[in-house]
Write a protein of this length. Structure first.
Length: 297
């Protein structure tokens, strides 16, 4: 027997409901790939020096949740090596052993899904502030009018004055202003992962506080996961949602620590008893864990 369209009635039947169209089976949503995944990662250079050993961690992609991850540890413990492995930058990349993945795929080299802000003030000396910020868009083929408008928007977002600063050259800027330009040049591309290697280390305390607050605000705006390498426990505690505490070289993660969020500005929060208590807790933890690790060598 057929319906009016010639389709066999049996094909239209749903179990237990004669003549009814079969309801489509619901599609199961696949879990989002992890933002960054390290599994047993070690890096030994040609001269035999091992920077990191057996580093494992996972940063999951949680909907509507952005993280800033502070990376703390003594000098030479491999913090920057971890960042450059995520970025796919040589000579740190590739890892000697282990797996390094970003968004579920092995890292094979640099990519637009990752942005890097270095400690040094990296700008093109022959380009204006606006042209420096728009450089990545230019390389991506974005039309001039559109990238100019976006560059001007980001000049304002990072706290610079569009009319006064857009046409300045790097040598006309202070250190803090140059780092604002570097931050804008990275964030304008809206990377999924932002890697920052001691970006505020050379700034005076007042400017550093302002840049810490700016970093938190803008990372949340572009919904990026940020890895921040710093020697400052205070800075790490203020901006981070969690900390990875590394041992002395060869570096490995001694402790992962969650940090309670706060909406207060850096210069105010760092006076709070709770903040000071957390800073000393982290400092004591680093010293205790590192001593224990050395004793076990």
């Amino acid at each position: 027997m057929s319906d009016a369209g010639g389709v066999p009635r049996k094909a239209l039947d749903s179990p237990g409901v004669p003549g009814a169209l079969a309801a489509p089976r619901p599609m199961l949503a696949l879990p989002a790939p992890d933002i960054v995944h390290f599994a047993g990662v070690s890096k030994t250079y040609e001269d035999g020096y091992t920077a990191i050993h057996d580093v494992s961690f996972t940063v999951e992609d949680t909907p509507n949740h952005m993280e800033i991850i502070g990376v703390l540890g003594p000098s030479g413990c491999g913090k920057s090596t971890v960042l450059r492995l995520i970025a796919g930058l040589t000579p740190q990349h590739p890892a000697t052993t282990g797996v390094v993945e970003v968004m579920g795929r092995p890292v094979t080299g640099p990519g637009p899904d990752r942005g890097f802000v270095f400690q040094d003030y990296t700008s093109f000396d022959n380009r204006t502030v606006a042209d420096n910020i728009a450089f990545g868009l230019e390389c991506s083929g974005v039309p001039n009018e559109e990238r100019t408008a976006l560059a001007r928007e980001w000049i304002s977002k990072v706290g610079l004055n569009v009319d006064r600063d857009a046409n300045k050259y790097p040598h006309q800027l202070s250190g803090g202003m140059r780092q604002r330009v570097a931050l804008a040049r990275t964030l304008i591309l809206k990377p999924r992962v932002i890697l920052m290697d001691e970006p505020f280390g050379a700034l005076d305390p007042r400017t550093r506080f302002a840049m810490q607050d700016l970093l938190v605000t803008l990372c949340r705006e572009v919904e990026a996961t940020c890895f921040l390498v710093t020697h400052s426990i205070e800075e790490a505690v203020h901006v981070s949602d969690r900390l990875y505490i590394f041992s002395s070289a060869p570096g490995t993660i001694l402790k992962e620590m969650k940090i309670p969020p706060s909406a207060r500005a850096a210069h105010l929060r760092q006076r709070e008893p709770e903040f000071i208590e957390t800073v000393f807790e982290v400092r004591d933890l680093i010293e205790t864990l590192d001593v224990s690790t050395k004793a076990g060598d």
